[in-house]
Write a protein that binds this ligand. Structure first.
Ligand SMILES: Cc1ncc(COP(=O)(O)O)c(C=O)c1O
Length: 386
């Protein structure tokens, strides 16, 4: 029996009327929302149980980070990535976006430059400006049907004021799982120019290509670790983004102090339910996680097949995430997103990621909903040609 058959990802969950950001966007409209990155699945049963148990005593006072959660994360990082982390290196956060913004403020000074690769998750593009830094955007290049760093161009674009590189690995929206050698090349450039790396690894539990493994940037070597702020969370893998619980791993004492100083008085701790959910997710959900990956791999096959039958659209292989980055540049559509909204499918516009001509489709949903959306897209493209 496939792992995905042990859990029910097929029965659609009614999310209308639950103040869901994803579903409220198209309230009272027949548009299937496939935009923001949360999945339409219930959280793992163990997480739901843990939250129920935590609410049963009815006391929700100020909380410390549970010690056993720190230990659990340390064990998880050791077992999963062979990464030896000390509990004091962990800095808990109410979300990764807060962590990205703190990293921009904690490194360098006002007026410095922050670099990232585009297309990029939108808060990568806004965090430097919010932090009084300028943004340098280096386009990824498409080569051999794979999105890759253009290291020559990247190095040329580094200025004397470039102090931080924001990395997304695995990469949202292009779905790449960067290899050890790609990361090493990036880290060597950052070392040469004295640049700190903020490595957003929120999608690391969603590796769909069975030949790929996630390599945390900080495991490359201790020198790289010393200049890296790693951001992680259980939220994408276990579908808990509304519970606001994430963490940074910062091995260098000075960098960690700078990071914490910039959080002080502004960034709250996660709440009691976020901690309870994180603990259950990391301790008790191995089977659910494996089942989810099986299901998402089948969804990815479904969408890849459908897109192949929708020329001139194309997608490069999605190695990780539940997000397909669809190239619609040669379709002649002025606004692909408006076109598909008018056809009943709500995609996310590539422009938001600095990737005009592309659209992002979230396939973290029941197969039946995905098929319905793809049928609508196929029909819309058929009408266009007809
Ligand atoms: C790369 C990346 N970082 C961070 C986030 C969001 O993090 P959080 O909800 O913890 O602020 C997302 C959500 O889609 C993401 O894709």
């Amino acid at each position: 029996m496939k792992k995905s058959e042990l859990f029910d990802f097929d029965t659609p969950v009614e999310r209308r009327g639950t103040a869901s950001m994803k579903w409220e966007k198209y309230k009272n409209q027949d548009i299937i929302p496939m935009w923001v990155a949360d999945m339409d699945f219930r959280s793992p049963p163990a997480v739901i149980r843990a939250i129920q148990q935590r609410t049963a005593d009815g006391v929700f006072g100020y909380t410390l980070t549970p010690e056993d959660l720190n230990d659990r994360v340390v064990t998880m990082l050791q077992e999963t990535y062979n990464w030896s982390v000390k509990p004091e290196w962990l800095v808990w956060l109410p979300g990764l976006v807060a962590g990205l913004n703190v990293a921009c403020r904690a490194v360098g000074k006002d007026g410095d430059d922050v670099m990232t690769a585009i297309p990029a998750y939108p808060p990568f593009l806004s965090a430097p400006g919010f932090s009084r830094r300028s943004l340098i955007k280096v386009p990824l290049k498409e080569k051999d049907n794979r999105w890759q760093f253009d290291f020559d161009r990247l190095e040329q674009m580094i200025t004397e004021k470039t102090r931080l590189f924001i990395l997304c690995n695995p990469h949202n929206p292009v779905g790449r799982v960067y290899t050890r050698s790609e990361l090493a090349e990036l880290a060597a450039i950052c070392d040469k120019h004295d640049i700190v790396i903020c490595s957003d690894e929120i999608h690391c539990g969603l590796i769909l290509d069975i030949d790929k493994v996630h390599v945390p940037t900080a495991i490359l070597d201790p020198d790289v670790a010393a200049r890296t702020i790693t951001l992680m969370a259980p939220s994408k893998t276990f579908n808990l983004p509304g519970l606001g619980c994430a963490f940074a791993v910062i091995s260098d004492k000075k960098l960690r102090r700078q990071f914490k100083n910039h959080m002080a008085g502004i960034v709250p701790r996660p709440n009691v339910l976020g901690y309870a959910a994180a603990m259950a997710a990391f301790a008790e959900c191995t089977d659910w996680h494996a089942a989810l990956l099986d299901y998402l791999r089948s969804n990815l096959e479904t969408i890849s097949r459908a897109i192949r039958q929708m020329p001139p659209f194309s997608i490069a292989p999605v190695e990780a995430t539940y997000l397909a980055w669809i190239d619609m540049r040669s379709s002649g559509l002025k606004s692909p997103v408006s076109f598909f909204e008018a056809s009943g499918v709500g995609l996310q516009d590539g422009i938001e990621f600095d990737g005009p001509g592309f659209a992002r489709l979230n396939f973290g949903c029941s197969r039946s909903l995905l098929e319905k959306a793809l049928e609508r897209m196929t029909a819309a493209m058929g009408n266009l040609k007809g």
